[in-house]
Each structure stands twice: as C-alpha cells, then as structure tokens.
Write a protein that binds this ligand. Structure first.
Ligand code: SAH
Length: 378
C-alpha cells in the first residue's frame, strides 16, 4: 500500500494575496488594539474604490443608472422642474456625489437638452475620491464643457444647486453597537496574527446614544449609526438652506430606529464575508432614512419623503417613457426596456427597498415632483 503522505509533504495552497488595506489594518490593530467597525469599513472602502471600477457585469454590483437611461431621465425631469419652479436661475450647479461611471450625470445632461436654457446654465460638479472612477467619469462625459471634480461637497463653489446621490450613502462607514450582557458596546474588528484573519469583537465603552426605542433589545442585537452620512447630510442641507435648490438622495434602506446588522459585502454579484478579502470587495450598509431626514431638518432644510423608488419613478412617468422608447425599438430592445422597467420599479426588485429623499430650502419656492404618491405626500 502506498504510504499516506504526511500533512507536511502535501502541497501547500499558495497564501492568499492580501491588499494594502488588509496589511494597514492588521498593523494598526497590532499596534493599538481592535478598530471600530466604522474605521474598518473606511479603510477597506477607500482601497476598494481607489483601485478599480466596481460596477457592471464584470464588476461586483450594478446600479439603477447602469440598468437603464430611463432612471437618469426621470431624475433629470424632476431636477428641471425644480429649476423652473425656482424661476430658472441663470447659473446652476449640478452636483453628483459618488458618480461611479458617470452614467447618471451623462444621462441627466443629455435630458437637459430638452430645456436648452437650463442646459446652457449648468456647470457639473462631481464629488469623487477615487482616481480610477474619476477617469471613468471623464471618459463618460467627454465632449461636455464645465465639468469639475472635488474631494468633498464643501469644495463645490456656492450657487443654486441641483444635487443627486445614488447609492452614495450606503458606501459611507457605519458604527455598530452590540448588546452584550445587558449593556450596549461598540462593535469592533480584531486581528488574529497567527491566522492572519480578522474577527468581530467589542470595545468596552460605547459613547453613542442608543435610541430609547431600542432599550429593551435582547443580547446580540445590533444598532447602526453613520456619523459620516449625518455630516454629509448636514452640509447638503446647509447649502440648500443658504442657496436654494433641490437634492435627491436615492438608496436602499429603512426607516429607523431599528435593530439589525445590515453590513454586507459583494464580490462578483455574490454576497461574501465582510471580514475576508479586505479592500477587494464592496462593503456597504443599509441607509437609515429617518436619521438622514432628521439631520437635514436640523441643519435647516425641508425634507420630502422618503418615498419608494417605485412611487417616485411612477409619478414622474417612467411607464410612459418606456412605452415611447419601445415604439422606436427592435424586439430585442423592447424586451430590454421592459426588463429594465421591471428591475427599477417592481417591489420584488428595486421598487420598495430603494427610497428617495428630497431636500429643499425651507419656505423656498420648490415643491419637488415625485413625492406625492398614491399614499399621499409623507
Ligand atoms: N452613483 C453611482 C456609483 C455608486 S458606487 C451609481 O449609481 O452607479 C459609490 C460611489 O461613491 C463611487 O463612485 C465611489 O468612488 C464613491 N465614494 C465612496 N466613498 C466616497 C467618499 N467618501 N467621498 C466621495 N466619493 C465616495
């Protein structure tokens, strides 16, 4: 009988390639102990977005503007209507946060040509930190004048603003709190040097206020907040309060406060383990629309909605637009249009998980279209 190979002589699987984000986090934890979930996400996401185009069939995830031009067309109609309600100001800052491949901005600018005065008044400002995605955006927007890039919304020059953020807030870090032995603790990430693997742990002292509604949660419950998102919302709201305009925030999320671990990671369109392949997969969390809305209102803006994506796109006329496009389409294109309409609006697809929150100046002239749904304005 052939001798059984000992463990030692078995060919070793080559060690997995670790990203710079993995190495940086491991070193930081070795030095100063576990990091908060928020710090872990910030490090992982910065590396992830900086080093690739994550979108599309060959990437890790797909978004509404990548599904169909109809999405950007409906957004453009809503923004153009707001511009008219404001009396058609002669200078317009169109601002997109986290523009990905630049598809949504390109679709909005194309649609604005239905209103030539508006099209001529627009300067496009893209808030994007990733060099790889800035290059993609520049390619998508080639031929357009007046396109500017910024690292932060604070750097965009003042003026009447039409602002969109689609799947931007879900990419910002969340802090997580976990109930343990009857007390809330901050959830953190440690690193096992021997296995070179990350693990969840908790830090002794939480310093965030846990909403009273969650006081009776059982051990193991998790509560999330996103201070980074709240800060951006306050900046947007202050901008609108001072200079007029409309912001549309579109994302998947819930109306909190609610307990639940919504942290998720995607690679090649498949859910993965958040603590593995650090910096090489898309890490996101669901957005708490109640918290975003409260932040905006506290900073001086009026909030509209949130309404479902299904309701918003429906009121703006996406079904009629799909029909108009289908008239000029080949049979294959007609099928694609029908499928895209379904993916964007069906409750089992993006229709109800995704919501739209509108922000305007309080007491301003703008009453944004799309927020009075069958259920009435919320
Ligand atoms: N809005 C696009 C892409 C969504 S992916 C779409 O709908 O297809 C998230 C986008 O936000 C990417 O462009 C990413 O690079 C950008 N992003 C993530 N964190 C950011 C930050 N802190 N500041 C600016 N942009 C950020």
């Amino acid at each position: 009988m052939p001798e059984k190979k000992s463990q030692k002589t078995l060919p070793k699987t080559p060690p997995k390639k670790r990203s710079e984000a993995h190495a940086r986090l491991a070193a930081r934890i070795a030095d100063a102990g576990p990091v908060s979930v928020a710090d872990f996400i910030a490090e992982a996401c910065a590396h992830y977005y900086a080093t690739r185009d994550p979108l599309g069939a060959a990437g890790d995830f797909t978004t509404a503007p990548e599904i169909s031009q109809m999405f950007g067309e409906m957004i453009a109609a809503c923004l153009a209507d707001a511009w008219m309600q404001a009396g058609g100001p002669p200078e317009v800052r169109l601002i997109e946060l986290g523009p990905g491949r630049g598809t949504l901005s390109a679709d909005i600018l194309r649609t604005f040509h239905n209103w030539p005065v508006l099209a001529g008044a627009v300067h496009l400002h893209l808030v994007e930190t990733s060099p790889a995605l800035r290059a993609r955006q520049a390619a998508a927007l080639a031929g357009h004048d007046n396109v500017f890039w910024h690292d932060r919304i604070e750097d965009v020059p003042p003026g009447f603003s039409l602002i969109v953020a689609n799947e931007f807030f879900d990419a910002l870090p969340v802090r997580q709190f976990e109930k343990k032995d009857g007390a809330w603790r901050e959830r953190a990430v440690g690193h096992d040097a021997e296995k070179d693997a990350f693990f969840f742990t908790t830090l002794p002292a939480p310093d965030a206020d846990i909403p009273a509604a969650l006081a009776d949660e059982d051990d193991g419950a998790i509560y999330e907040t996103s201070p980074a998102s709240i800060a951006v919302m306050k900046t947007l709201a202050a901008r609108l309060a001072a200079q007029d305009g409309l912001a549309l925030v579109i994302d998947y999320g819930y109306e909190g406060p609610a307990a639940g671990d919504t942290l998720q990671s995607l690679r090649h369109h498949t859910f993965t383990n958040v603590l593995e392949d650090v910096g090489e997969q898309d890490v996101t969390a669901h957005v708490d629309f109640t918290a975003l809305k409260a932040a905006a209102e506290s900073a001086g803006a009026a909030a509209h909605g949130p309404v479902t994506q299904h309701g918003f796109l429906g009121v703006l006329g996406i079904a009629a637009r799909a029909q108009a496009l289908a008239l000029k389409a080949t049979p294959k294109q007609r099928r694609d249009i029908e499928l895209a309409l379904y993916r964007l609006t069906a409750p089992s697809e993006m229709g109800t998980l995704f919501r739209v929150l509108g922000l305007t100046a309080r007491d301003g002239k703008i009453h944004p279209a799309g927020f009075a749904t069958a259920e009435g304005e919320t």
